[in-house]
Design a protein around this ligand. Structure first.
Ligand SMILES: [Zn+2]
Length: 328
C-alpha cells in the first residue's frame, strides 16, 4: 500500500477513539481503547502508540504510509508546541503530548482541543458541508464550542477561544457552573442543565409526563424533558422553551459578531433533531440581525462520535501542509 493515510486520535476521559483515515477524510478503520488515568495519565500515550502499531500490522499498512497524526485532547492546550497545560480529566499537567507521541511513533504529530477538532471534523465531512465560517456547539454533559473563521480554528491569545458554554450570567445568579461562576450558558443548555430545569419545573408543578417519569425513576433526564415536550406536555414544553431561548439568544449574539455560514449543533441533546432546530431557529431569528437571521443555517451535527477523529486527521493533514509551505 503506497497511498498515504492519516491517523486521528480523540482522547476522552473514558476511552481513546482512534482511526485510520484516507486523504479525503473517509474512515478506513476505527477502534477505541480504555483511557488509563492511573499515575497522572502516564500510560495514555504509550497505550495509544502500542494500539496504533498493532492496528497498522493487522491492516498490513507500513508505518511509512502514515503521513501525520492528529490528536484531540480535553483541557487547555498550547497548540503551537502540542503541550497540555492542564487536563483535569486525564491527570495531565504541563504535559508534552506532541513531543512524547513523536518520540514514540516517529511521525509528525499535531495537537488541539477536542471540541475544536470535533468542529473541524463537522466542517470537513459533516454538517458544515464545506462552509468555512462555522460555529459549533456540543450539548452534552457540558456545553463545548468551536469557532472556525475562514477555514481556521480560532484559538485566541491563550487558546481559550470558543468557550461558548461559559457565556456568562445567562441566568442572573443562576445554578453553579463547573468553571466556578454561576448561571453560565452551560447551566441551562447542557443535558445536565436541561435535566435540572426539568426536575425543578416538575417539583414546582407535579403533573404531566415528567411527573410520571419522576415517579418511575426518581430522576429526570434531558431526554425525558425533550420527549415530553415533543409529546405536547406543558411542563416539558416550557423547559425546552427556556432552554431554546437562552441558547438561541447566545447563538444570535455570536452570529452577530462572527457571521458564520452555518451553526452546527452536536452532542447528545442534538438527537432531538428537527424539533430542536425549529425551536432554536425561532429564538435565533428574534435576536439576530435580519440579514444574519435570514442567511445563517442551523444544522444538526452528522458525524456523531467520529467528528473528533476526523477533525484530528484534518489537523494533521493541514498542519503538515502549512509547515511544508513555510519551509519552501
Ligand atoms: Zn461556566
Amino acid at each position: 500500500m503506497t497511498e498515504k493515510i492519516l491517523v486521528g486520535i480523540d482522547i476522552g476521559g473514558t476511552t481513546v477513539k482512534q482511526a485510520f483515515i484516507d486523504m479525503g477524510g473517509n474512515i478506513i478503520t476505527k477502534w477505541e481503547i480504555p483511557t488509563d488515568k492511573s499515575d497522572s495519565g502516564k500510560n495514555i500515550v504509550p497505550d495509544i502508540v502500542k494500539s496504533v502499531q498493532e492496528k497498522l500490522e493487522e491492516s498490513q499498512i507500513h508505518k511509512s504510509s502514515v503521513l501525520s497524526i492528529g490528536v484531540g485532547a480535553p483541557g487547555f492546550i498550547d497548540v503551537e508546541n502540542g503541550m497540555i497545560f492542564e487536563a483535569v480529566n486525564l491527570g495531565w499537567k504541563n504535559f508534552g503530548l506532541k513531543k512524547q507521541m513523536e518520540e514514540l511513533m516517529g511521525v509528525p504529530t499535531f495537537v488541539d482541543n477536542d471540541a475544536n477538532l470535533a468542529s473541524v471534523g463537522e466542517m470537513w465531512k459533516g454538517a458544515g458541508n464545506g462552509a468555512t465560517n462555522l460555529v459549533c456547539v456540543t450539548l452534552g454533559t457540558g456545553v463545548g464550542g468551536g469557532v472556525i473563521a475562514g477555514g481556521e480554528i480560532i484559538h485566541g491569545q491563550n487558546g481559550m477561544a470558543g468557550e461558548i458554554g461559559h457565556i456568562a450570567s445567562v441566568v442572573e445568579g443562576g445554578a453553579p457552573c463547573n468553571c466556578g461562576k454561576k448561571g453560565c450558558l452551560e447551566t441551562v443548555a447542557s443535558a445536565t442543565g436541561i435535566a435540572r430545569l426539568g426536575l425543578e419545573a416538575v417539583t414546582q408543578s407535579p403533573e404531566g409526563l415528567l411527573k410520571k417519569k419522576l415517579d418511575e425513576r426518581e430522576s429526570i433526564s434531558a431526554r425525558d424533558v425533550l420527549d415530553a415536550a415533543k409529546a405536547g406536555d406543558d411542563i416539558g414544553i416550557s423547559v425546552v422553551d427556556t432552554f431554546a431561548h437562552h441558547l438561541g439568544l447566545a447563538l444570535a449574539n455570536l452570529s452577530n459578531t462572527l457571521n458564520p455560514e452555518t451553526i452546527v449543533i452536536g452532542g447528545g441533546v442534538s438527537k432531538a433533531g428537527t424539533f430542536l432546530v425549529d425551536k432554536l431557529e425561532a429564538e435565533f431569528k428574534k435576536y439576530a440581525i435580519p440579514k444574519i437571521a435570514k442567511e445563517t443555517a442551523i444544522r444538526i451535527a452528522t458525524l456523531g462520535n467520529d467528528a473528533g477523529v476526523i477533525g484530528a486527521a484534518w489537523l494533521g493533514k493541514t498542519s503538515l501542509k502549512k509547515m511544508e509551505n513555510e519551509v519552501q
